[in-house]
Design a protein around this ligand. Structure first.
Ligand code: ZN
Length: 152
């Protein structure tokens, strides 16, 4: 078990594009394990590899329904729109309203290299879209309206 440091806004790695994973080796599996430890420790519902300083197309999500790992995720379809109040472990204490698709279909590899397609809606769709933005160097504050700072 290893907790990695979560990069905070202002760190330029959060603004860089990521690379596809070509080989899912032990290092990648260790990264996935560490990302989960780091997400749970920080009580997040999702985490993207750049948030722990790795420029790889890897995200994890757990909205309370179990951990899902996505390697090289691609959104195949997006439908509808919904506005959510959003935050991010890399932008502490800041929240804002972000419009996300209501439903998505996403394709990715699991840690065994098997491709899967997942249909998600509402909160799960929001969480996946938020994390996938990180892979393009996009933060929710780029899209949000009504940003507010909440001291906790
Ligand atoms: Zn985030």
């Amino acid at each position: 078990m290893a907790i990695r440091n979560v990069r905070i806004e202002g760190d330029e790695i959060l603004r860089k594009k990521t690379r596809e994973v070509t080989v899912i080796d032990d290092k990648i599996k260790q990264l996935l394990n560490d990302m989960a430890d780091t997400m749970y420790k920080n009580e997040g519902v999702g985490l993207a590899a750049p948030q722990v300083g790795m420029l790889k197309k890897i995200v994890i999500v757990d909205i309370g329904e179990g951990l899902v790992e996505f390697i090289n995720p691609v959104i195949l379809k997006a439908k509808g729109k919904k506005v959510y109040k959003e935050g991010c472990l890399s932008v502490p204490h800041v929240y804002g309203q972000v419009t996300r698709p209501l439903k998505i279909k996403v394709k990715a590899l699991d840690r065994n290299g098997n491709e899967f397609v997942l249909e998600a809606e509402e909160f799960m769709a929001q969480a996946i879209c938020h994390e996938l933005d990180h892979l393009e160097g996009i933060l929710f504050i780029d899209k949000a309206t009504n940003l507010e700072r909440v001291e906790e």
